[in-house]
Design a binder for this molecule. Structure first.
Ligand code: GRF
Length: 216
């Protein structure tokens, strides 16, 4: 897999920032080729520009279908020879054109231990359900929302006095570590998808990253 990343965002871009910093520190041996936002007011665009990363805004409005919007994104990603697409707070469903152009090559970061609490407001769902442990999941993107093969998960305890905001903030800290680490694992190769399991070969699984460990 080539090490050129395309990052798709819609907003704040703190996970994008984590990827930028990981590539800068060489914790992640990759190049962010382009950041694409569907919203021109996304804060993440400024983060990318500040890091000297090319940005594009491709609004989801004005197309006759979601697939048309996806096709333009595919064209721009291909034009920059992107090998792996990272969704980082991208608030759009990914349709067939993107999925078919990047098979097993689109990752997402989600603020819960999937399959618990897919969709929006995962920390709120965790608080309302009363779980004692939540966390972060980095997974491949498929046609089903938040349901693809899981690359890495990290547990985050839910404290008695947690609010949605305090839990979300502690999960976000783990997201910023987990996402670059998962991207490094995927780019490192030596893995395969079996049914819906992400399976690493013995040699790559014994790397120093130990990314499949769930910390509490
Ligand atoms: C993160 O919590 C991520 O898990 C979810 O959307 C949020 C995006 O935050 N998919 P940011 O834009 O990366 O700061």
């Amino acid at each position: 897999m080539n090490r050129r990343l395309g990052v798709l965002i819609s907003g704040r871009g703190s996970n994008l920032q984590a990827l930028i910093e990981a590539t800068r520190d060489r914790r992640l041996d990759a190049t962010i080729a382009v950041v694409i936002s569907n919203r021109e007011d996304a804060q993440g665009l400024a983060r990318a520009r500040a890091a000297g990363v090319e940005t594009l805004t491709i609004s989801h409005r004005g197309w006759s279908s979601r697939d048309d919007h996806d096709r333009v994104i595919v064209r721009e990603l291909r034009a920059r020879d992107v090998g792996l697409v990272c969704l980082a707070g991208y608030m759009r469903l990914v349709g067939p054109p993107l999925l078919e152009a990047f098979p097993n090559a689109i990752l997402n970061v989600h603020p819960s231990l999937l399959p618990a609490f897919p969709g929006v407001d995962a920390p709120r769902q965790a608080i309302e359900h009363g779980v004692r442990v939540s966390g972060v999941t980095v997974h491949f993107v498929t046609s089903e929302l938040d349901n693809g093969p899981i690359v890495l998960q990290r547990a985050v305890p839910v404290l008695d006095d947690d609010t949605v905001e305090t839990l979300a903030a502690r999960i976000l800290v783990e997201e910023h570590k987990a996402y670059p680490e998962a991207v490094a694992v995927v780019l490192g190769g030596g893995w395969r998808i079996e049914d819906r399991r992400f399976v690493r070969s013995a040699t790559s699984a014994s790397s120093s990253l130990s990314p499949l460990r769930a910390d509490s």
